[in-house]
Design a binder for this molecule. Sequence first.
Ligand code: HEM
Ligand code: HEM
Length: 292
Amino acid sequence: MSTFLSKFQEGLVYKGGTGHWAFIFHRIAGIAILLFLTTHVIDTAWVYWAPESYAHAVELYRSTPFLLGEIALVAAVLYHGLNGLKVIYLDRNPQGWGKANEAKLSWIVFGASFVLWLPAAFLMSRHLFMQVEHAPVTDNSAVISYINVGVLALLGIGLSMLWGASKGNRAVNVPMNFETRMYRFMRYSGVMLIPLAFGHVLIKDILHTVHVIDNNYVALYWGSWGWRLYDLALLGFALAHGINGLKQVLEDYIHNEKVMQTVRLALVIAWLGIMLYGGLAIVLFSTMYQVY
Ligand code: HEM
Ligand code: HEM
């Protein structure tokens, strides 16, 4: 444990400048989103496994401390996503990895995240200081936002195909082993998660907000197979990306191979367990649960 902490401290005092801080924030944001996602998938799956518990969980999400946490979560998703795009871009164009250029791009990412986050934070926090009337979410609005997000998802697929087809400027050839595949997966899934996760957070947390979400709301969305597939894709990409990211982070701090083997096994078991619990809820859910 003390080696773990000293490695962590070493990381904090390393004089890498702006790019180093961008890396630290990216890491903290990634882990924070994964922590939220784990709880979120489990409590959302209660809509199917334990509907009364879901109703209680959503009640909790509407309380002020949780609302503040959700506002911080949006900042983390925006920053991690945009900084992830920066990392992907620089990895494709390694000549840009110089300290000055990385610092410039990092400031653009900090600025863009902040500018996008401000209106979102206002929309989410206005319940704390004013009376807000929410239009009910109907079948119709669910379908309309489905079309919007369908377009966003296609954009994501198109972007990732374009990116895959384009030639990178890498000077070295790396062997195609498990680590190389996971390195690529982190980049492909990152691009896919821009429309998937940004679209999801925009609709659920910013436009609709936790104040209109309840069992009926989820039943409305899961009444459409398009949305079920969307949520399954989000679950699949976000969880695998986040858990592999956590493995990467732990490998930086744990250097005992035996301990790391156990950690990897625990991560695979957690990944399988959460995928099954959340995925089965989406697939098995029946809209007959919509009686509240
Ligand atoms: C506080 C912000 C968020 C709110 C209010 C929210 C709300 C919801 C709701 C209401 C559902 C039920 C399905 C639906 O209505 O379509 C859901 C499901 C889901 N959300 Fe979120 N979400 C938030 C943030 C996120 C983030 C940041 C991620 C991923 C990075 C995420 C990933 C998922 C996944 C994977 C499911 C399916 C869960 C399952 O299989 O049990 N959500 N979310
Ligand atoms: C929104 C779109 C996203 C993009 C564009 C993105 C991009 C990336 C990239 C490129 C990396 C690799 C960084 C590197 O090797 O230095 C990464 C790492 C990581 N991501 Fe994401 N990501 C996204 C969403 C998510 C989500 C939803 C989660 C959590 C479920 C997450 C958790 C992580 C973690 C824990 C790491 C490891 C961080 C590290 O090694 O320092 N990411 N992300």
